[in-house]
Design a binder for this molecule. Sequence first.
Ligand SMILES: N[C@@H](CCC(=O)N[C@@H](CS)C(=O)NCC(=O)O)C(=O)O
Length: 217
Amino acid sequence: MTITITAFESSPDGGKGLARDTRVRWALEEVGQPYEVRLVSFRAMKEPAHLALHPFGQIPTYEEGDLALFETGSIVLHIAEHHAGLLPHDANARARAITWMFAAVNTVEPPILELVTARILEADKPWSKERLPLVVGRIRDRLLQLSARLGDSEWLDGAFSAGDLMMVSVLLRLKASGILNEFQNLAAYLARGEARPAYKRAFDAQRELYAGKAPPG
Ligand SMILES: N[C@@H](CCC(=O)N[C@@H](CS)C(=O)NCC(=O)O)C(=O)O
């Protein structure tokens, strides 16, 4: 059955891997599943046809036969449960890998997204300068905890899993900020994720899509 995902018709980051279709592409590349991409404009994302697939009018979505999914955590879990390579066979190890997926989107990603809000959407607010250090502080707290747990390990819990795929995807948003460089093991963890051939294929596919197209001004 053909797998179709949606992605931005015009990417705000110009294809630098931050749009969340990257993590879905990466998961599909890890398990060797071909997929098609349907591009949607910002206007189309808020129209009924797309809202029927994604109630919040966002990308990515995932369609496979009768199944339509939204939310990258759920999409990646679906891929990992149906194809070998992203979840361990042992039941407890599998449950722990899924726990890391939730930790990535539910515990680590929220403060990181706050930084985007603080730096871009709230930059013109009179209190912005005072708030920014608080936001960065909350990210540091989380990274300190994550760094302590990762220690010298290659991945979060044994072999690379969907938990690492989601965590690396979430941390990627911090790359430009330089905060990750304060945590050597996390910077190295991120680099290991980016070095995976499947990640590179996903990244390249997304970058090629927007090559030469200027992001909206
Ligand atoms: N929690 C959602 C977040 C999806 C999301 O924020 N998508 C962004 C692109 S990376 C989007 O569509 N933004 C446009 C909008 O919200 O209007 C997920 O993980 O799938």
